[in-house]
Design a protein around this ligand. Structure first.
Ligand SMILES: Nc1ncnc2c1ncn2[C@@H]1O[C@H](COP(=O)(O)OP(=O)(O)OP(=O)(O)O)[C@@H](O)[C@H]1O
Ligand SMILES: [Mg+2]
Length: 334
């Protein structure tokens, strides 16, 4: 008995999601009909892990590959290489019934609930959709589930009959959250879930997500371009730039001791409540443009915009290297 308990505790400690060397590339055609096919590596050899009940934030500017990485984890785009272990299963190789079962474990919440919810379906039907396609519940069980989910996300039963456009932005995101919860997933991928909302509404939705995480032991992959949004929301952070993770670490280590010049610049844009920190942190603008993603430079991808750049940075790409515990940085100056 004691052994079983120890085993259970160990399983609890194991990551729910482990992503190893994930690569996603898109074929792009430039120039005329006979031009050579080239590839854009939207996600380039990326590895991370999320423990059960925890939140990993993926942050970075537009185009850094956050969404593509998440879509590949959920098998919504094809990975060119890499491995995704979800609850002990080799998720990218599953097929048939095993895949259908495993799919119920992962759900998405998107940035813009207006475009991600079918406008012709009433709210109840929006939430019912995943139940229809992924479960074998009876009609009665489905309705009970929908009633419970509406209550859990703070919507009224009467609102089930309304169409998405009859809700406010924050309420629409609550429908999206209810829908994501419907199949009792273990992993929820939140892709910029509050970016389209007013600041006050953002806080309400973030609080709801946190409460649901506690109640149901959910694991979140939380994507945002804004470190400010994730600072109260995450256990660890992966900072992405042009398809690569450039810094990775637990929240305290990364926020208190950022090492990569790109992370430092992103952090400098976050308003701090701490006066001392506010005085220390000068806002750093990142000058210049990112390189052409189809034609990447030889060295560090951030070199063209980095305030610390030296010759070596343009010659070879720094690897993601452990500096302290789980904290890893891809920079020659760390
Ligand atoms: N289907 C596709 N075909 C070709 N290129 C794509 C495709 N999807 C994404 N990309 C490219 O891959 C790169 C990463 O895009 P992605 O949408 O993952 O970035 P992101 O970090 O989510 O950005 P944002 O913050 O704007 O949502 C970009 O250069 C993008 O143009
Ligand atoms: Mg995106």
């Amino acid at each position: 008995m004691a052994d079983t308990n120890t085993q259970a505790v160990k399983d609890q400690d194991k990551p729910l999601l482990t992503v190893d060397n994930l690569t996603v590339r898109f074929a792009v055609k430039r120039g005329g009909m006979f031009s050579k096919k080239s590839y854009l590596y939207a996600v380039d050899d990326v590895s991370f892990a999320v423990k059960r009940g925890e939140t990993l934030a993926i942050v970075g500017e537009s185009g850094s590959g956050k969404t593509t990485a998440a879509l590949a984890v959920a098998r919504l785009v094809n990975a060119a290489a890499g491995k995704v272990d979800l609850a002990g299963q080799d998720f990218l190789t599953l097929e048939g019934e095993e895949l259908r079962q495993a799919r119920t474990k992962v759900q998405f919440i998107f940035q813009d609930p207006y475009s991600s919810l079918n406008p012709r379906l009433r709210a109840a039907a929006v939430v019912r959709e995943p139940l229809d396609s992924l479960t074998t519940m009876s009609a009665e069980e489905k309705q009970e589930t929908i009633d419970r989910l509406f209550a859990e996300v703070g919507l009224h039963k009467e609102q089930q009959h309304l169409f998405p456009h009859q809700f406010s932005g924050g309420q629409r995101q609550r429908i999206g959250i209810a829908r994501a919860l419907s199949t009792q997933p273990e992993l929820i991928i939140c892709d910029e879930p509050v970016s389209a909302l007013d600041v006050a509404v953002q806080a309400q939705v973030l609080n709801l997500l946190r409460r649901l995480q506690e109640n149901f032991g959910l694991t979140y992959l939380f994507i945002s371009h804004d470190l400010g949004v994730v600072q109260h929301m995450c256990d660890s952070v992966a900072v992405m730039y042009m398809g690569k993770i450039v810094e990775y670490g637990d929240r305290l280590s990364l926020f208190n001791n950022p090492k990569h010049p790109y992370t430092i610049a992103l952090l400098s844009a976050v308003p701090s409540v701490d006066k001392k920190r506010r005085e220390q942190m000068q806002r750093i603008d990142i000058p210049g443009d990112p390189p052409d993603p189809v034609n990447l430079p030889r060295g560090c991808r951030f070199a063209s915009r980095c305030p610390k750049v030296v010759d070596k940075c343009r010659e070879s790409e720094p690897e993601l290297t452990e500096i302290n515990g789980t904290h890893r940085v891809a920079c020659y100056f760390s």
